[in-house]
Design a protein around this ligand. Structure first.
Ligand code: ACO
Length: 431
């Protein structure tokens, strides 16, 4: 901790307290208020945690004003250009890029864990045929704890590692099984001769009736999208995983909680909502009407895929996807995709609009990801599931970091109580 201090004065009492200031390796300083309640009897109030850090972390760094995203210090642009999703997952988990031998071992560990217990497959029979895949993801992921007892001692580092590997490995298998259930097709087993993304594509789109060839273009695009979605520091779902984990809950339950949090349209559900919105807009001639709706405070409509809590500049992930979207759509023979043309025009108009400029509302990663997923043949209800597969690498890395920190405590925010102060019970015949 630095010797910098902040002085907080209560003007009503004239009393001041000195608060320590903590500095990270890069990024803004933070006033440490952990002793504030003990010292003053007051809490701080920060709805939505806009100005509150809950821990130190060395996994991901974001500078929202400059549009910077780094995993373990490596710029997202370099990882997107040169790395693979599994290598990025290793980097997030262990803090360093792997040597060739470490990578081969990690790859093998993940590949060997891709199957799920046969009894778990029968869970799917209990879901309605049109169940949303995210609903199935939450349920089935949470239930993993009922099957893998041998790795549930969270105080044992090797157990934590096995659980992390299991989750990264099994998430694509569960996700593809959700899709197959919706389609009424047989669930496909993983193929260990394929890479992480290629295997996922075959579990999604192969059938037992004929051989399936993984498209290298699709595999490359998926790899890129998974890298971009792998982690994003303390977003809602990662904070949920950490908060659930802070009580000592098992990692499968924590990740299931993260999936539930991701589902919302303000978070991971945005990629699905973007395509709904683009279809609703329908045509370039309607853009002005929808921009006006987004600006109208009385109208709940928001431009989905625009705005971000942290980025007040272009989301660097959106810049990367935007650049590659053309290439991917061209290669997948979907370059005349009218929704992509509409998205580009909408982006152009919104970026010049005073309201969006003034509020620093730029396109986020999900403005484009759905368009690419669609071109890969992935249905809309699966978009957030795709996000969940990738983000599992970040979730388990944060969970591991938190549990291995001896100083971690249960997360327990406070509140300002605004209900009735005290009242006497009234019998029902007098209410
Ligand atoms: N369209 C129109 N207006 C918007 C939008 C939008 N997409 N986003 C924010 N605003 C406006 C708000 O109305 C608010 O205006 P005000 O200051 O006049 O009240 C101002 O911009 C600030 O917005 P907040 O909601 O306070 O910002 P917050 O940081 O809480 O929310 C969020 C960020 C949830 C991402 C928001 O921008 C949003 O709802 N965007 C659309 C959904 C979306 O794309 N989510 C994906 C996020 S990225 C991800 O999870 C991978």
């Amino acid at each position: 901790m630095s010797d910098k201090k902040a002085l907080l004065t209560n003007q009503a009492t004239g009393k001041s307290v000195e608060l320590p200031i903590r500095s990270g390796s890069v990024g803004p300083d933070a006033v440490d208020i952990s002793a504030l309640y003990k010292q003053t009897g007051m809490f701080t109030f920060d709805s939505g945690f806009v100005s509150t850090a809950s821990c130190e972390s060395s996994i991901t760094y974001i500078d929202g004003n400059e549009g910077i995203l780094r995993y373990r210090g490596y710029p997202i642009e370099q990882l997107a250009e040169n790395s693979s999703f599994l290598e990025v997952a290793y980097l997030l988990l262990y803090g360093e890029l792997p040597t060739a031998v470490q990578m081969a071992t990690f790859d093998q560990n993940i590949t060997r864990h891709t199957m799920i217990n046969e009894a778990l497959l029968r869970f799917f029979e209990g879901f309605h045929y049109d169940a949303h895949p995210m609903a199935m993801m939450v349920g089935v992921t949470g239930s993993l704890a009922a099957f893998y007892h041998d790795s549930l001692d969270i105080h044992d580092p090797r157990h934590r590692e096995i659980s992390a590997h299991r989750m990264i490995a099994k998430m694509p298998t569960i996700a593809a099984a959700c899709y197959k259930h919706n389609m009424g097709e047989p669930i496909m087993y993983p193929r260990n001769d394929l890479g992480y993304c290629g295997n996922f594509m075959q579990m999604m789109f192969a059938t037992p009736c004929e051989p399936y060839q993984v498209s290298p273009v699709a595999e490359k695009a998926l790899n890129l999208l998974f890298i971009l979605h792998a982690d994003h520091e303390h977003n809602a779902s990662t904070s949920t995983v950490r908060l659930a984990g802070s009580s000592g809950a098992n990692p499968f339950a924590c990740v299931a909680a993260g999936i539930a949090s991701l589902w919302g349209p303000a978070h991971g559900g945005a990629n699905e909502a973007v395509l709904d919105m683009l279809e609703e807009i329908g045509d370039v001639s309607n853009i002005d009407k929808y921009i006006a709706k987004a600006k109208d405070k009385k109208d709940p409509f928001r431009l989905m895929g625009f705005g971000h809590r942290v980025y007040k500049n272009m989301d660097p992930r959106a810049t990367i996807i935007r650049q590659t979207a053309h290439e991917v759509l061209d290669e997948l023979a979907d370059s005349n995709n009218p929704l992509f043309e509409l998205a580009l025009r909408l982006e152009e108009i919104a970026l010049q609009d005073e309201y969006f400029v003034e509020k620093k509302l730029y396109p986020n990663v999900d403005f484009y990801s759905g368009i690419i997923y669609r071109a890969l043949g992935i249905p809309r209800t699966m978009f957030t599931v795709m996000f969940a597969i990738a983000r599992t690498a970040g979730w388990v890395s944060h969970w591991m970091e938190m549990i291995s920190d001896p100083a971690h405590r249960i997360g327990r925010p406070r509140q300002i109580y605004s209900g009735n102060a005290l009242r006497d019970y009234v019998p029902v015949d007098r209410r």
